[in-house]
Design a binder for this molecule. Structure first.
Ligand SMILES: [Fe+2]
Ligand SMILES: [Fe+2]
Length: 398
């Protein structure tokens, strides 16, 4: 799949067609767009690894950079401070559906916007769409035997038992992620109302909520067909869940992580998996999910564009930080599904290495230029409103 075509279609659907033409127009297919990290000239840091300074390591694409607020004494914690690890883990869990932190390689890098950033050896696990994040961690229900959350699939296809069980497990995991996305959109609708968003955004968000119910039913249908018994969601733990946020900067940053990044990656991977799939019901499910997730990603960009126009410099800084954090730390898919690779591909499950490569390519070739288009749109909107406004807004300086 052409990432340039995917990015163009995404930004057009987000109402950012003019900015997209400026950002993507002259680029060859799949061309990368550099995004200024806003940090000014790279300078040396006292912490280093090998022959590179930590600042230089942070600019290497494969390096994962995670940023947190200052420690209890208002300065950046040393990389081996025991208090640092839980802060990094909490931040990594906010950026993905779970994470593993092996070690902190170096840091802090040169401070950027009051954040303390570290290069880490770790893994972020890709969400299957928009996560329901509570207290910094993605929350899903457990699966249980029930038949009222599925669209029935007539035929599981001709696969051996081990592969069939692996497919049941993988599609159940996808279904539970989709089910959690319903809760995420329910909260997002409240948040949009709370920040005075236009009716168009509220209407698109409530339609997306309905889409996620259908995605869950499609995936539970496939999971049930492969399991040979009905599978559905248990109760979702919403007690104690964070209430709707009211701070526009916080909501915009979450929309970047969960929608502009999470749902863009989900849409791209679903489209690639659909093209590789052979099982008819799997192709139908992935086709619906790919199209809807692309719409949801476009909604996130549309909302963030509105937030940048409506918000102050804090909103701009929060959006910038959320994008740069996501671009610095590509998430990985969940663990490999065991079984016959050809049969798994035919039933919508791509190998782990391919999914990891797709996520990295989508981040570099779709999310990064889309961020640049958002920044351009914000700058043009700021200049149109007031020639001096661009100097007040952080993204306006990009
Ligand atoms: Fe979905
Ligand atoms: Fe979605």
């Amino acid at each position: 799949m052409s990432t340039a075509a995917f990015a163009r279609s995404l930004l057009h659907a987000a109402g950012l067609g003019l900015a997209a033409a400026a950002v993507l127009g002259g680029a060859a297919c799949g061309g990368k767009v550099a995004v200024d990290n806003g940090g000014g000239p790279v300078s040396s840091s006292s912490s280093s690894s090998g022959s590179m300074t930590c600042d230089q390591m942070a600019t290497v694409y494969e390096a994962m950079e995670v940023c947190v607020g200052p420690g209890p004494t208002d300065g950046c914690l040393a990389k081996d401070d025991p208090a640092l690890v839980p802060m990094l883990v909490e931040q990594m869990n906010m950026m993905a559906c779970g994470s593993d932190l092996a070690s902190v390689l170096c840091g802090p890098t040169s401070p950027t916007f009051g954040q303390c950033c570290y290069v880490v050896d770790g893994t972020l696990y890709l969400c299957g769409g928009r996560p329901f994040v509570v207290d910094g961690a993605a929350r899903t229900a457990a699966g249980e035997a029930r038949a009222d959350w599925l669209l029935r699939v007539a035929d599981a296809g001709d696969v051996d038992e081990d592969t069939r069980c692996a497919l049941a497990e993988a599609w159940t995991r996808s279904a539970l992620d989709e089910h959690a996305s319903v809760a995420s959109f329910a909260r997002f609708v409240l948040e949009l109302l709370g920040v005075g968003a236009p009716a168009d955004l509220v209407s698109r968000a409530q339609r997306a909520l309905g889409d996620e119910i259908r995605h869950a039913e499609l995936c539970f249908g496939l999971a049930s067909a492969f399991a040979g018994r009905a599978v559905g969601p248990g109760p979702l733990a919403v007690a104690g869940a964070a209430p709707a946020r009211v701070d526009l900067a916080e909501i915009a940053a979450a929309a970047v992580r969960e929608g502009c990044v999470g749902e863009t990656l989900a849409a791209f991977e679903a489209a690639v998996a659909r093209d590789a799939a052979e099982h008819p019901a799997v192709r139908v499910a992935l086709d619906v999910i790919a199209r809807d997730e692309a719409d949801h990603a476009a909604l996130a960009y549309r909302f963030v564009a509105w937030a940048l126009r409506a918000g102050d410099a804090r909103v701009h800084a929060a959006v910038h930080e959320a994008f740069t954090a996501a671009l610095a730390a590509p998430p990985s898919p969940p663990p490999e599904v065991e079984g016959d690779a050809g049969a798994l591909r035919a039933h919508g499950q791509l190998p782990l290495a391919e999914r990891r490569a797709l996520a990295a390519r989508c981040l570099a070739e779709v999310v990064a230029p889309s961020f640049a288009a958002l920044a351009l749109d914000a700058r043009q909107a700021g200049e149109a409103e007031s020639p001096s406004r661009k100097n007040e807004l952080y993204l306006g300086s990009l």
